[in-house]
Design a binder for this molecule. Structure first.
Ligand SMILES: *Cc1c(COP(=O)(O)O)cnc(C)c1O
Length: 454
């Protein structure tokens, strides 16, 4: 049998230390999440180097992290320190990006539903804006009222190059809700006219989808955007389009610890399939989310009970739909790995048994894995769910009033010492929200429990 990968060995060391320090505890802290901040810095470095090789002037590219992938303010602040910008899709994400310290001119605001107020705010701050549709373009024109914007303003185009393997995540389908569809009859001409009418419109934005899009599909989408930009510039006889925002969507390998594809591979693809992107002096914005964070985070949860039903062993754990919403509702599209550890955090090895790994929520589909071969799990064991740094614990689902788990940042010193910092405190399951009517009558819910006990 092969030994653990370096990444698995690192998770194991982090987990053992977390147990030792009481960050995981079978009574007090049943579920916790970890973000490897050293790993984040290394990944961001690899992103900068990959594009740096083809865009030698550093000012030509802005890597804007897609905030929805992990919107914790301390995580965003770390990414800001690592030299990234930030892509936001809602007012809430914009607020978080500003709180994290991103300068407004390193923030890109994409959303298909920006209100007038949100547009005014973004334009006043100098945040870059990508308009989704023609109505939004005319709203922006009215908001500017003839003034020259401080913001870079672009329009999102739908290249309509097709869907990836996950329909819900594919934004370049023929009928996608995002962007201006480039090959619908008449829209290309209408968009050219918009560029003629709006001198402030200087960027083209595209994003083919998130996870499940093969690199050649992504590259073809970018190629469509660049081709359209060239068409605008040729037709206006000026360098009107100065930049291309190529979106994010680099898929992540959830099968093992290998980073595949890498940013280098994607840049090579772009260089081959869209040479004009790098050769015609365009500024470039990227919007990667999952590929920056997914493999730099994991969560860990206790096994509370084990049982058997219809001959199938089942481990009931404390990680389920509240932190793995997509996996639970769409398991084929979003499989996650599970690693079995004992109560000390040490990896369990040896013979494996096919078992279901269930979450704590009250519906039958709350399963992280079905019929998965793992060393036999027992009560008090800990399961680790790797690759969950993006779109998992950072965006919890409040079903069954399950509390948000704590998120800890992790750094490993040169001497091998592991240091944790709290990125998000755990929610207290017993703390009712302020607006709950009971709170006005009975201060704390524990009083209810105490009184019932008396
Ligand atoms: C979600 C999204 C991204 C990030 O996608 P990832 O797959 O996380 O890289 C980037 N841009 C836009 C417009 C998005 O909607």
């Amino acid at each position: 049998m092969n030994g653990p990968t370096p990444a698995a060995a690192r998770r194991e060391r982090i987990l053992r230390e977390a147990v030792r320090q009481g960050l995981l505890d079978p009574e007090q802290s049943l579920l916790a999440a970890f973000v490897d901040l050293d790993g984040v810095t290394a990944t961001v470095g690899s992103l900068h180097r990959a594009f740096g090789r083809v865009l030698p002037a550093p000012g030509l590219v802005l890597h804007a992290f897609a905030a929805k992938a992990n919107c914790l303010v301390p995580v965003l602040a770390e990414l800001a320190r690592d030299g990234m910008g930030c892509e936001v899709a809602t007012a809430g994400e914009l607020a978080r990006a500003l709180a994290a310290g991103f300068p407004p001119d390193r923030i890109v605001f994409d959303s298909p539903a920006k209100t007038r107020g949100e547009l005014d705010r973004a334009l006043a701050l100098g945040v870059a804006v990508n308009a989704d549709n023609f109505q939004e373009l005319s709203r922006i024109d009215r908001a500017l009222a003839g003034r020259r914007p401080r913001s870079n303003i672009g329009v999102r185009v739908n290249s309509q190059v097709g869907s990836g393997t996950i329909a819900a995540m594919s934004t370049a389908s023929t009928t996608s809700k995002f962007g201006v569809p480039l090959s619908d009859p008449g829209t290309r001409r209408q968009l050219l006219r918009a560029f003629r009418d709006y001198p402030w419109l200087t960027w083209v934005h595209t994003h083919a989808g998130s996870q499940g899009c093969p690199l050649d599909l992504m590259a073809r989408g970018v190629a469509q955007a660049v081709e359209f930009a060239e068409e605008v510039n040729a037709s206006l006889g000026e360098r009107r389009v100065v930049g291309i925002d190529i979106g994010g969507g680099l898929p992540v390998n959830f099968a093992d610890d290998e980073i595949d594809p890498t940013f280098d591979t994607y840049v090579e693809y772009l260089g081959t399939h869209v040479p004009a992107l790098f050769e015609r002096g365009y500024q470039v914005v990227t919007e990667f989310g999952r590929s920056v964070l997914a493999k730099n985070g994991f969560m860990a949860a206790y096994v509370e009970y084990t049982k058997s039903a219809g001959g199938r062993p089942i481990a009931v754990t404390h990680a389920g739909v509240q932190v793995a919403t997509r996996t639970v509702f769409n398991p084929e599209a979003w499989p996650v790995r599970i690693e079995a550890h004992d109560a000390s955090g040490a990896a369990k090895r040896g013979r494996s048994l096919r078992q279901d790994v269930a979450g704590p929520a009250c519906f039958a589909g709350d399963l992280l894995a079905r019929d998965r071969a793992l060393p036999p799990l027992e009560p008090g064991d800990i399961i680790v769910v790797p690759d969950t740094g993006a779109y998992y614990f950072s965006t919890p689902f409040h079903y069954n009033s399950l509390p948000e788990p704590a998120v800890h940042g992790v750094r490993v010193g040169e001497d091998g010492r592991i240091a944790f910092t709290l990125l998000r405190p755990a929610q207290d399951a017993w703390a009712l929200p302020d607006h709950a009517p009971e709170v006005t009558v009975i201060r704390r819910p524990v009083d209810v429990v105490d009184r019932a006990a008396r």
